[in-house]
Design a protein. Structure first.
Length: 140
């Protein structure tokens, strides 16, 4: 295998290489559905017994037909959650964050891998075409 990387890695890698292919049937092409199917094949759900009833859930929902959540984790400082959003559309698309309880106030900011506060955002966040955005969602 020849990788032609412009780094300090070897240009050739020896040994067996595994390729996996997944085929599915569909009607008209739906980029969002194709991404969901790819994620389901690449990172399948792992079922495990729960140690008890769920004691908490996210106090917000998101609504978009072309944007999905790639990753969700608690913020390192304990203030809210970090959400990775992926836009599957060929155009900039908005995603709407809605608090489940009208009394809950959401504070949404763009962030980075270090979870630094960047720009304060509205409840509707626009993600560029085929873009990825990392946001911090805090709630009070």
């Amino acid at each position: 295998m020849n990788n032609l990387w412009h780094t300090n890695f070897r240009h050739a890698q020896e040994g067996p290489t595994t390729f996996r292919y997944y085929l599915t049937v569909h009607h008209s092409y739906d980029v969002y559905a194709a991404n969901q199917q790819g994620l389901a094949n690449h990172r399948p759900l792992i079922a495990a017994p729960a140690s008890g009833p769920a004691t908490e859930s996210l106090p917000f929902t998101i609504n978009s037909k072309t944007i999905y959540v790639e990753s969700l984790k608690p913020a390192a400082d304990g203030k809210g959650v970090i959400v990775w959003l992926v836009n599957t559309a060929a155009s900039g698309t908005g995603v709407f964050f809605k608090a489940k309880d009208p009394a809950t106030k959401l504070r949404i900011t763009s962030t980075n891998m270090l979870e630094e506060y960047k720009q304060l955002l509205e409840n509707i966040v626009t993600i560029p075409p085929k873009g990825i955005m990392m946001v911090r969602v805090e709630y009070k």
